[in-house]
Design a protein around this ligand. Structure first.
Ligand SMILES: [Zn+2]
Length: 133
């Protein structure tokens, strides 16, 4: 069935082809500008590999609200959630992806979305502390 959504998706797949793909041995998947960094161990999980590649391809070059919603919804990973958790639990170096600051290539990168979640989480518990007291 034709839909505008499919048209957008196709455009994103085209974008992925134009991007540089670099394999590293930590984290899960990240995108900096036109370079996608994937954990090399994802090659052992082809379905998860492609889902994460699609997710990173859908991100914008800079940070925008679209990126925030993309990470909140994580639709691409939906069907391979089980594989995702298996990957995370068996590859401790993948946990680096949950750090708000991560070195990718030769630069240190700052994850705005993750920082927002950590601040929101912390604020919630601080608020809870004052309410319970
Ligand atoms: Zn993302």
């Amino acid at each position: 069935m034709f839909s505008f959504w499919n048209l957008f998706n196709r455009k994103d797949h085209f974008k992925v082809c134009l991007m540089k793909l670099t394999y590293i041995d930590y984290g899960v998947g990240n995108r900096v500008g036109d370079t996608i960094f994937l954990n090399k161990n994802l090659k052992k999980y082809p379905q998860l590999h492609d889902a994460i590649l699609e997710h990173e391809g859908n991100h914008t070059d800079d940070w925008s609200f679209k990126d925030f919603m993309l990470d909140l919804r994580n639709d691409e990973i939906g069907e391979v959630k089980g594989e995702y958790y298996r990957f995370i639990l068996t590859h401790p170096r993948a946990w680096a992806n949950y750090s708000p600051i991560l070195k990718l290539g030769n630069q240190w990168c700052f994850d705005i979305t993750l920082t927002f979640f950590y601040v929101a989480f912390l604020s919630f518990f601080i608020l809870l502390y004052f309410v319970v007291q």
